[in-house]
Design a protein around this ligand. Structure first.
Ligand code: 5GP
Length: 182
């Protein structure tokens, strides 16, 4: 079925739902192997990572606990200015825990670079990053993602949790969104 687009917006499928599901399952297995016999504390970055996180944990075969953070970055439209601000902090301490920060997409790296600095100060036992998508071309700040689902080209994507003005998060495929000229 063709994904519904609004107005003159156009959607083109980049990653099909089956491929996403297979890759997420592989990532969960890899994490389960790496943390065999241990507990893993997953921190989802709201709101984009929520769909990825909820699929990921259901394939994990280790003990799992969850928490969430939210950030906002100042800037216009899809361009970030580089200033990141925490808008929702964790509910509980992460001291001594095996933490995996779960993010939808790694783009300039500003968000994850900031979050890693914040979380490292709280003395987790280990801190890793799982990102469904990675746009390496756009990197400004160096970030080492331990688990990456797909490297994608420098296009604006929506679906599987990713939005444009809060829309399209519910698409099961990841699609490239083209906007009408302003
Ligand atoms: P970074 O700080 O790495 O530049 O960007 C991370 C955040 O920017 C992501 O969590 C996401 O909210 C947003 N972002 C970056 N690229 C895209 C994209 O292609 N589509 C959408 N919907 N959001 C994006």
């Amino acid at each position: 079925m063709k994904a519904p687009a609004s107005g003159q917006e156009h959607l083109k499928i980049l990653l099909r739902r089956g491929a996403i599901q297979r890759r997420v399952r592989e990532m969960a297995r890899q994490i389960s192997r790496d943390f065999h016999g241990q507990r893993v504390h997953l921190i989802g970055v709201l709101k984009g990572a929520s769909i990825f996180l909820s699929d990921l944990i259901r394939h994990m075969r280790v003990e799992v606990s969850l928490d969430f953070m939210a950030v906002s970055s100042y800037g216009k439209g899809s361009q970030s200015s580089g200033q990141v601000r925490l808008t929702k902090d964790l509910d509980t301490s992460i001291e001594g825990l095996n933490v995996i920060l779960v993010e939808d997409i790694l783009d300039t790296g500003l968000t994850l670079n900031y979050l890693v600095r914040v979380l490292q100060q709280r003395k987790p036992k280990t801190l890793r990053i799982a990102a469904l998508l990675d746009k390496p071309e756009r990197r400004i700040k160096e970030v080492k993602a331990d688990y990456v689902g797909f490297q994608i080209p420098n296009e604006f994507v929506v679906g599987y949790g990713l939005d444009y003005a809060e829309r399209y998060r519910n698409l099961r495929d990841v699609c490239i969104l083209s906007l009408p000229p302003e």
